[in-house]
Design a protein around this ligand. Structure first.
Ligand code: WQD
Length: 343
């Protein structure tokens, strides 16, 4: 029997990381997780072990900037490929803490690359973001559209992509796939795994809606209805977190197609306004969602929608879940876990 492929998942206890761990474990991969739990909970990995066909091989609590600790993980396990999620990811916070964002996101990536190089591990899937496109001139957005990051978080992701591209030119055996996620939302259909914001009041709209529906927040503030969109509210490309997880498994299976750096959008190609999302969530939870229109949130853009043709042509891969499933799964997770994971 061929040895299993062992994948190191950095940030594996996070929202997308934990769902990706389930997907990999369910499909025969061995998974090693590193996480510092700064924006995640060990409880998520207990849930991964509960849901998945097998538990992760090992979990190491560490800061990626600690290269000696990270190197020991590569000494202990035969790592075949890495999926790098670990990063700070809040746009607003990045404006307040730019140095911390560049240190964690860019410094963490260069530390990982140095340890991978030392251990001759040459396959990497990188978690990038649609936020690098900034206020895109057009939608849908293709990978060829220009990067125009408008905040330190987005700039840190764009910088990481440059670091990876330069490193691939320096190390020709290196194969890197950077995935630019649009808006990952939803939860594992079991209701055991989902999005658990660390902040008392969620920044992102989907977990906020879930708490309004649960009666834990009085109502949603809709940040502006004067955008040049059909109903004036912000339009985004929401993608089910399980589709994002499957997209990472597809990326692993295509890392050996060629060496070098390749970039793909990960979105559905469908734009949804805030008011359309409110209506969809009301249908999913069967309860009214009170909301009021307020001013725009600084830094928000009008519309971000992916052209998903890149992965469709390269991998024959498309998303499978619709907005109703995203809302139903997010609501089920909220109902099953009113206060998140027991730490
Ligand atoms: C979605 C829409 C808001 C909250 C975020 C991250 C970004 C990326 C994707 C990682 C917008 C509106 C929101 C609220 C609202 N993540 N909204 N009331 O900002 O598109 O992107 O996820 O890469 O970095 O910032 O997501 O959920 O915050 O906002 O009206 O209370 O909902 O204006 O139109 P965003 P979001």
């Amino acid at each position: 029997m061929a040895p299993r492929t062992t994948v190191l998942v950095t940030g594996g206890a996070g929202f997308i990381g934990s769902h990706t761990c389930v997907e990999l474990l369910d499909h025969g991969y061995d998974v090693v997780v590193v996480d510092d739990y700064s924006n995640s909970s060990p409880g998520a990995l207990d849930r991964v072990a509960k849901i998945a066909a097998r538990p992760p091989v090992a979990v190491h609590e560490l800061d990626l900037l600690d290269r000696r600790a990270l190197s020991r993980v590569f000494d202990e396990h035969r790592i075949d490929a890495v999926i790098h999620f670990a990063a700070r990811k809040a746009v607003g916070e990045s404006v307040e803490l730019p140095v911390e964002y560049y240190d964690t996101n860019v410094g963490g990536t260069t530390a990982l690359l140095r340890v991978m190089r030392d251990h001759e591990v040459h396959r990497l899937v990188f978690s990038s973001s649609c936020s690098i496109y900034g206020a895109a001139a057009r939608v849908p957005i293709t990978e060829q559209d220009p990067a125009a990051p408008t905040n330190p978080y987005a700039a840190s992701k764009w910088l990481c992509e440059q670091v990876l591209a330069d490193t691939c030119r320096h190390l020709p055996e290196l194969s890197v796939l950077a995935l630019r996620y649009f808006n990952p939302v939803g939860a594992h259909p079991s209701g055991l795994l989902g999005e658990v914001p660390r902040t008392a009041v969620p920044n992102n709209v989907m977990p906020y809606l879930a708490r309004v529906a649960a009666g834990r927040l009085p109502g949603l503030s809709v940040f502006g209805d004067d955008y040049p969109t059909a109903d004036g509210t912000g339009v985004r490309d929401y993608i089910h977190v399980m589709d994002v997880a499957e997209g990472h498994r597809a990326a692993l299976e295509h890392l050996d197609d060629e060496s070098g750096m390749r970039v793909f959008n990960l979105g559905t190609g469908q734009g949804t306004s805030v008011l359309e999302l409110v209506a969809a969530f009301q249908r999913a939870c069967g309860r009214p969602i009170p909301y009021e229109i307020t001013g725009r949130r600084p830094g928000d853009v009008s519309a971000l929608v992916a052209d998903p043709g890149g992965v469709a042509r390269a991998w024959n891969w498309t998303t499978r879940r619709d907005l109703a499933a995203m809302c139903e799964d997010a609501w089920r997770f909220q109902e099953c876990n009113p206060s998140g994971y027991p730490d």
